[in-house]
Each structure stands twice: as C-alpha cells, then as structure tokens.
Design a protein around this ligand. Structure first.
Ligand SMILES: *Cc1c(COP(=O)(O)O)cnc(C)c1O
Length: 332
C-alpha cells in the first residue's frame, strides 16, 4: 500500500477535488454514465494536475535547502505556471526554460500561462523550437550554482517518481469516489504528455485494488507506441521507488489518434470537444491537453469502444489559461 506520509509533502492543492456526473453531456451523446474528476480545480493559480506533483517536489526542494526552482516546458506550459506559483508561495526564486513554439505569435507569447508566469516573478529563458531542453536545464543549473544559489531542478511536467507519487495518491482518492457511486469498473480517460499523471494514476488505482478499471491515455505529443513505452518505464521506476507491485504492462494504454499535427497544434475534434463541454456542462477544457483527451473520449464513446453499460470517467487535468493564448482558434 502507498503511505504518502513517508514522503515530505507541502500542502498546495484543495483536496479531494470534486467528482461529478455529466448528465447533459451523456444525454446529448445517448451514452451511459459519464463522470468527471475535477483536477482542474486543485486551486493553486487556476489549478491543474501539476499541483499534485508539486506537493511532493516542492517539499523535497525545501528539505534540500534549495533557493531557486528550475524547470522547463513550452511557452504555454501549465506546469511552468503552477511551478512558478508554488515557488512564489514558498519563497523560492523560479527560472523556466521555455520552448519558443510560436515565435511570430505575440498573443501566444504574452497571454495565458506566459502572462501568469511573469506575474509570479518567474524568469523565462526561451530556447528555439526543437532546442535541447535538457542541455538548457543543465546550463541554468550550473550558472545558478556558480552564482552561489542552490537550484532544484524539476523535469518537464514534474514527471519523475516523486512527482508521479502525487498521481498515485490521486488514484487512491479517485478509487474511493468511484466506489462510492458504484462506478468502480469504469473506463477512465486522461490526457498523457510527460507521462507522470498516467503512470501515477495506474499505480494508485492498482494499489487501491481497482482491478476492473481501464485507463485510456490520450496522447498529446507522441504516437501511441512511443507514449506507451514512456509511461511504462516511468510507472515501473515509480513502483520501485515506492516499493509497490506495478500493474501488468498491458494496463498501459495510449491512443495516439488525437494528437493531430503535433503538440499544441489545434485539431477540429479538439475544437468541437471544447465547444461541446462549454455549451452542455459549463465546463472549460483547454486546447492542448484536456480538449484532445475529451475528443478521444467522445470518439471512443461514439464508436462504442466504451460499452454503454460501462461508466466513463474523464480526468480533467486543467490547462484553461491557455484558452486565452489560443483566442484565434476559438474566435467565432
Ligand atoms: C501536463 C498536463 C497534462 C499531462 O500530464 P503528464 O503528467 O505530463 O502526462 C495534461 N493536462 C494538462 C492540462 C497538463 O498541463
């Protein structure tokens, strides 16, 4: 069993997050039960999934006596935004290597998460699209050390075993909520990128004895095979770190059919999903992650891959600030 008390943890998230039924959406689709786990409502600086990982990562930084948190992501990274907020809250400086994915797009570079990062006082270090993020992280770490700082480096997405522990704990929380409503044999949909969310969730659900659930990772940046390899490796590494038995490797399911042209690139299915959830449930999805994950859920439900009598659960991982950076995408 997972004992989160064995690991230092900094309270940052409002937990447990709500677990609610989406009746109007289910009615519109002619589907059975659809539930949503609101990890967009973790609370810190507009919320999102990274806050759960940061509870363990920031506590570790504190324990190590760090002075500055260093991390990386795309210019509209939700992970960078939540990390910058957590750093501000705990009194750390923050530096982020950000990949300049759309150098010509002023809205993209100045609105949404990029705007918020600057409000939290984070220093953004842009690198060119496709640049070497790991090398840039290493350089920042060395430069800060030479300046007499104690940097603590959090990998892209907070996806290492300590970060994934945040999602193992979330899996246990979700298992309890699913059992309470008799939805313990559900098919769970979640966006999967750097992999820590899916890897941790699988471990937590397994540790909670949820043998009847299926987790469908909907890829946002890789094809299904590459994503499955990434998540499987992180899941196994995290299981060793937590001294747990991992679920069987075939529990790792990743559908690469909804990425579209690439990470952060819009698709028609994503746009329809964002409009549908806003218009039927008053729920905001985001263009990069949860919009594509919902597009996957909708396609599976309509293809009846998710049989009508099997409940469906959508894990909403947040990301809404990016909507403002994509205003052209959603302008009528
Ligand atoms: C980072 C992120 C994800 C993906 O989580 P990973 O742990 O990186 O796979 C999903 N949704 C949103 C909104 C995110 O910011």
């Amino acid at each position: 069993m997972i004992d989160p008390k064995r690991y230092p943890r900094q309270g940052l998230a409002q937990l447990p997050t709500p677990f609610e039924r989406l009746n109007r959406l289910a009615g519109r689709l002619g589907a059975g039960e659809i539930w949503i786990k609101r990890d967009d409502l973790t609370g810190l600086a507009f919320g999102g999934n990274k806050t759960r990982k940061l509870e363990f990562l920031i506590a570790d930084a504190k324990r190590q006596g760090a002075t500055v948190i260093v991390t990386a992501g795309g210019m509209q990274s939700n992970h960078v935004r939540q990390t910058a907020a957590a750093a501000a809250k705990l009194g750390f400086a923050c530096e982020a290597v950000v990949e300049d994915l759309r150098p010509e797009d002023a809205t993209y570079n100045e609105s949404g998460n990029a705007l918020l990062d600057r409000l939290f006082g984070a220093k953004l270090r842009p690198i060119e699209k496709g640049g070497d993020v790991e090398a840039a992280l290493g350089e920042a770490e060395e430069r800060l050390k030479a300046d007499g700082e104690k940097p603590y480096v959090i990998p892209v997405g907070g996806s290492n075993p300590l970060g994934a522990l945040g999602y193992a704990v979330a899996g246990i929380e979700l298992a309890e909520q699913m059992r309470a409503v008799g939805a313990d044999r559900a098919r769970i949909y979640v966006a999967t990128g750097s992999g820590g969310t899916q890897a941790g969730l699988l471990l937590g659900l397994h540790a909670a004895g949820m043998t009847g659930v299926t987790v469908e990772g909907i890829c946002v940046s890789r094809d299904g095979d590459a994503q499955r390899a990434l998540v499987t490796e992180l899941m196994q590494e995290t299981a060793r770190f937590l001294k747990l038995d991992p679920p069987p490797a075939d529990a790792v399911r990743c559908d690469g059919g909804f990425v579209g042209p690439g990470y952060g690139e819009e698709t028609d299915e994503m746009k329809s999903a964002v409009h549908l959830l806003a218009g039927t449930e008053g729920v905001l999805l985001d263009p990069v992650y949860s919009g594509k994950a919902m597009a996957g859920l909708l396609a599976h439900v309509s293809a009846r891959k998710a049989a009508r009598d099997q409940p469906v659960v959508f894990l909403h991982t947040g990301g809404q600030p990016a909507l403002f950076a994509y205003q052209g995408t959603f302008a009528a």
